[in-house]
Design a protein around this ligand. Sequence first.
Ligand code: PMP
Length: 395
Amino acid sequence: GTPVWQRELREQFPILTGHPDLVYLDSAATAQKPYAVLDAVQRYLTTSNANAGRGTYPWANRTTDLVERTRRRVREFLHDPEPERSAVHFTSGTTEGLRAVARDWLVPLLDDGDEILVPFHDHRANLDPWQEAQRLLAERGTGVRVRALPYQASSGDYDHRALTDAVGPRTRFVAATHVHHVYGGDMNVHRLRAAVGPDVPICLDAAQSVGHQPVRLDDPALDVDFVVFSGHKAMALPGTGAVWARNARGPAFRPTGWQGTPNTVGIVSLGAALDWLDAAGPDRIARWTTALTTRLTDRLRLLDAYEVLGCQTSLAADSALPHEQRRHGIVTFRHRDIPSDDLGFILFSHGFMVRADSLCQAGAGERDGSVRVSLHVYNTEEEIDRLSDVLTSLV
Ligand code: PMP
């Protein structure tokens, strides 16, 4: 049955309690917001809204304090072991964050003949900026090779064996993803670090992990140099995000282009969201969403009409796998006969809000449409069972 703590957390989302007939299953696109975030936004806008960093009166000083508080909270939330050596920069989301790392940090660093390894099968936002960097450098006469992080479609993970061959003496940088936005699997960053060695900077797209599971930089298994994430997927307002930079390998991260007014209200909402998530417990959130994901995947596997994409496509049920190897909050599938947009439409006629298209995956065309169900801590076993019943009825 549903534990009391989960029911109590769910009740903190007014959009969910206000729409009992609808089931939100698109949290990988954006997460719903708890009262704590809504209240923090309202409180800020009704008590101290002003511009940051130029204060000669209390509202402006308060705004500056709140922005700095969120910066501190990002470090704490990520368990930054060396906060005095890191930088936190606010962005509008993961897309802008990855662009900033490419444009302001990577481009000035690269020399003719250097190589970078980037994901060709993950989110587009984690491919375009690196290819753009290559173009920019080429215009200046600097030839940089962009190589694909070897990828294994059957497991939905990087091909850690082939990686050893892809890494060479000129490899200067790796861009990777923490949790895949289509397959929901953990991309095994520790094995990536082992393959590239201790000196190559790794930039991690953590859009699908921050807020969903522990992302702890004090864990030696997460030895990365950049963590880029979207605040709105972690229950803050849209148009928020952050880049955390370790500043240990290479020059300090000093992005340009944010000298104007920051998204103060978004940054305030991010601070409140991180407070809420820490109190809810990232570990508990992960165990809950992974259990629900397993519950859905095990039902889907029994139905020949559905193909579940990527990630442990073996016959073993997800529930037979250790917790760490299961999907985390994301299941993407196709029906053998029903086109994905039709399936999305049918599911909505039953109240289920899912994503049904090509999912912004790099290299995937229109024909690769699929349906993605993505969860957060507010989803329930009952919602998953109802969805499974509808999917079964469509066989
Ligand atoms: N990377 C991944 C893995 C994502 O899932 C997403 C959002 N779908 C993004 C990047 C882009 O995030 P945003 O739209 O907040 O910039």
